[in-house]
Design a protein around this ligand. Structure first.
Ligand code: ZN
Length: 482
């Protein structure tokens, strides 16, 4: 089996490493349909943990779930000019159904603004119906020519929030609230630091007024757009005639927002924390936070060790820990360690005859360091603390790595050299001219990831555009991206 071979290292070939790690951990597989992937149980379990956490966060902020159709009448997409231009090239279109040509072709949703706002036009009458705060968990299809497991696939799973508000200020507040929510999730659950900020017009969502984004830096120093939140203004409300009676008695169009994160986050998790032995899952998102491996030689040992292991298993379950007892016979402990390491389980407990006699277990951390003997008494509490610490350490390590790969106040030469070397984020002055942005992209393949929020900006604002030397209107963060 290919499983016995060492993985390609990250340093040797990051892209090959990424694919091998996913295959070995059985997160996903290639499908018979080009560009589509199968998410296997191990990968889906991580997505489920992500969904659970995000879903609760959406509900805690007043959002409700609903479900809209997979098919969108083609004419809907054309109603918002920028939107159709942005999405038409990657749409899958159904022209036949039930053995007949359809009167109107149906687009397989690439995103659901149009069909959702067509319904909002029916549901919203008065200011009393606002705000309307709905989220949908769904799959979407965008025809992709070059695909990567989790990062870019023709069909992917995501959530899309769609809200309607009475004023621009309320829509903006919602857009930024969700941006912060995403950031909290990415930092506190994924242990993945992100920069937040606004996108330039050329990177804006097709049909939006303003797009905000969470940007992460992967271990190969390429940026990954991890989540976006859009203030759609009244563009879609005008296209779909979503109006409401104002408190003052007039009629106005609503203001919309939309926002989403996808299964791409599973890929982000792999590329943020994985090492040359496999994936490393942050405890809060791990399917199994702890795996117990019993160690024995004789049948007599086997009986006592398994009994003790079952006891520990039960205790930890009661302590609210997601724990798995690997009692498989005919597989050496070393082979089990190897398998669970590859799958990124945060903590491993080894229990042998000596541990049973001493009332202890041996703890091994997926993030490395010396093994440690722990008393079984009060083990649940100890492991919870251990996981909290690991969760924090993983975020700190990823943040330190990102900062070490970020440069500020660079000259044009340094700017070009950093981007050419795939060395990470570059903070630089920007004149605001789309031509400078396009020229830089053409020469370096790098894009402006965000015009960063205040807390990420350099202490001293850059005075001039790194490209043309004219006065800078905003600091921009550049990088090559997935
Ligand atoms: Zn410029």
């Amino acid at each position: 089996m290919a499983d016995d071979k060492a993985l390609t290292t990250r340093a040797a070939d990051f892209s090959a490493w990424y694919n091998e790690v996913i295959m070995r951990a059985q997160l996903a597989d290639y499908s018979p349909v080009r560009g589509c992937m199968v998410i296997r149980p191990n990968g889906y379990a991580i997505w489920e943990q992500m969904q659970r956490a995000l879903d609760q966060m959406f509900k805690d902020t007043g959002h409700e779930n609903a479900y809209f159709p997979l098919f969108i009448p083609q004419s809907f997409l054309s109603k918002e000019a920028e939107h159709v231009e942005g999405f038409a090239p990657e749409c899958a279109v159904v022209t036949r159904g039930g053995g007949k040509e359809l009167e109107e072709p149906l687009v397989v949703r690439p995103t659901s603004e149009t069909i959702i706002y067509s319904m909002y036009a029916k549901w919203i009458q008065s200011y009393r119906d606002l705000p309307l705060l709905i989220n949908q968990w769904a799959n979407v299809v965008r025809w992709e020519m070059r695909t990567r497991l989790f990062l870019r696939t023709t069909e992917f799973l995501w959530q899309e929030g769609h809200t309607a508000h009475a004023t621009e200020a309320e829509a903006e507040e919602e857009t930024l609230k969700i941006l912060r929510l995403y950031r909290t999730f990415m930092e506190e659950w994924m242990a993945m630091p992100v920069l937040t900020g606004r996108k330039t017009d050329s990177e804006r969502f097709a049909g939006a007024l303003r797009t905000y984004s969470c940007e992460a830096l992967m271990q190969d120093n390429k940026a990954l757009q991890a989540g976006t939140s859009h203030n759609l203004g009244q563009n879609f409300a005008k296209a779909f005639d979503v109006t409401y009676q104002t408190a003052a008695g007039g009629v106005d169009h609503v203001w919309n927002t939309s926002w989403g994160v996808s299964t791409r986050l599973v890929g982000a998790l792999v590329m943020t924390h994985g090492d040359d032995r496999g994936i490393v899952t942050p405890p809060r998102l791990a399917q199994y936070q702890v795996v117990i491996v019993p160690i024995y030689k004789s049948d007599a040992e086997r009986a006592t060790v398994l009994e003790a292991a079952a006891h520990v298993h039960q205790e930890l379950k009661l302590a609210g820990i997601r724990v798995h007892l690997d009692a498989r016979d005919g597989l050496k402990p070393g082979a089990k360690y190897y398998e669970w390491e590859g799958r990124g389980v945060p903590l491993r407990l080894e229990i042998g005859p000596r541990d049973v006699a001493g009332g202890t277990v041996m703890l091994a951390r997926r993030t490395g360091g010396k093994k440690e003997s722990l008393p079984t008494h009060g083990l649940g509490r100890l492991l919870q603390d251990e996981m909290d610490r690991m969760q924090r350490d993983m975020l700190a390590a990823a943040t330190a790595r990102r900062e070490a790969a970020s440069i500020r106040g660079a000259t044009k030469e340094r700017f070009l050299a950093h981007l050419a070397a795939d060395a990470g984020f570059v903070y630089a002055g920007f004149c605001g001219d789309a031509k400078c942005e396009a020229d830089i992209k053409e020469q370096t393949k790098a894009t402006i990831r965000v015009l960063p929020d205040a807390e990420f900006r350099s202490p001293e604002a850059p005075a001039t555009c790194v490209w043309c030397g004219r006065p800078s209107v905003a600091e921009a963060v550049w990088a090559k991206a997935y």
